[in-house]
Ligand binder design. Sequence first.
Ligand code: FAD
Ligand code: NAD
Length: 480
Amino acid sequence: MTEKYDVIVIGAGPAGYVAAIRCAQLGLKTACIEKWQNAKGEGVNGGTCLNVGCIPSKALLDSSYKYHEAKSELSVHGISTTSVKIDVKAMIERKTKIVEQLTGGIAGLLKSNGVTSLFGTGKLLSGKEVELTDHKGGKQILAADNVIIATGSQPINIPVAPIDGKIILDSTGALELTAVPKRLGVIGAGVIGLELGSVWNRLGSKVVLLEAMTDFLSIMDQQIAKESLKIFTKQGLDIRLGCRVTGSDVKTKEVVVTYQNSDGEEVKETFDKLIVCVGRRPFTEGLLAPDCGVNLDERGFIFVNEKCATNAPGVWAVGDVVRGPMLAHKGSEEGIMVAERIAGQKTQMNYDIVPNVIYTHPEIASVGKTEEQLKQAGEPYNIGVFPFVASGRALAANDSEGMVKLIAHAETDRILGCHIVGPSAADLVQQVAIAMEFGSSAEDIGMTVFAHPTLSESVHEAALAVNGHAIHIPNRKKRK
Ligand code: FAD
Ligand code: NAD
């Protein structure tokens, strides 16, 4: 007999498992199908984010930063450390334990909320039926009033540097290195390239990043991107812009990469390991039966409207598999919106306020519009910038590189964007995201009392600077 649900979710990453939990909270009979298997062959929830993305990368970023701090940053505080060593195996094992703890936690959350968790591959058939193929090949047909697709994304491969899992790695392989490579090449100086490049740079690799674009972090606010490039270069990341990789020759223990540099010259560079991280693409392989009625867009994403409804009634799609930034929190919010809409609520998601963070040190964080976007749109704006070097708290922590840049509408003073490179940028930008969600002006933040001494005061000062009232730096524009 066909098992019938109110909702079937396909994929248990941050978009899918959050959607499933919210559906169950709203009283809907919900099943969540996941095909991921861990190294032991067990079905696990959590998707890219928990297994090979956000969480393991942050675990390695934190471990490697502590090593770097102990080795190079503590002497300024009068703390001497000698013979600081890194045990890469122990670092990777710690990361794996955190992943296990969190993926196990999701299984517990699904269970306690009453979601039926099913392991295997889901395929959408016509009439909102789903074929489930379990890990032993057994098949079962399920049916639902609503289906939510949350099958995520996978790394883009490039023919000039095919992944072999030994010397040429994707981001997943780069989280499993058992020794520090002496020479590490990275194709793509985007988010993953910078985060994983930083990990291995801190542990002693000589890291070269080959980036196709001539502008660094081309979609970010360019003032912040330029400042970040200076900081990363000082840290030893060798970021080469405008490079076109044309080939890779894998030898027994190394790879020779050929590329054309920004002057058009052919260059050959040898690396012990090469990470390819040139973006991700939506994952829909084997997912859609030809008559299921769901369309893809021209880039292969599942086509959805702003409510995440596909063109097949009762079928929704959320997360990396649909348009928009590939971020865990964006997918989770979409999952909540869809669950609530299925339950008859009118929930909408504010796509204008989705914070974006690169977890280097210092972090880069942004929300809202960049100065370049506003210029292009012809919107009048004022800017307030506060450098961390003028922050007492940042100086006390010996962590004073970077700046807060706040942008507000020139006529209404409404905050339009905030871009930060600096200590705890992720948490600072979130304060501005909350303010923006409430329609705050720069003056509203300026009139808020901030605790002293905190890094948050830098957001306060940037907001004051928008209207020429900053206290702890000279104001570029004097306004009354
Ligand atoms: P996924 O997490 O990819 O989950 C989709 C799930 O669907 C997978 O488990 C997959 O096995 C399953 N699935 C696919 N097809 C089927 C099927 N037919 N049947 C059953 N199951 C199926 N984002 C951030 O916001 N912050 C970060 O710090 C961050 N760091 C990252 C670091 C790295 C190295 C990487 C690679 C990504 C990072 N991301 C980060 C991006 C983030 O991981 C993704 O945006 C997020 O995981 C997308 O969530 P999702 O649920 O849409 O898809
Ligand atoms: P990305 O889009 O951030 O960066 C890819 C970079 O590779 C770009 O700068 C691009 O210009 C460059 N590139 C593309 N083709 C190239 C080529 N042939 N040669 C050289 N350079 C090339 O993608 P990513 O770093 O692979 O990460 C994928 C996605 O995962 C991100 O877009 C992001 O959505 C998500 N992610 C987020 C976080 C986070 O939120 N902290 C961390 C990691 C990943």
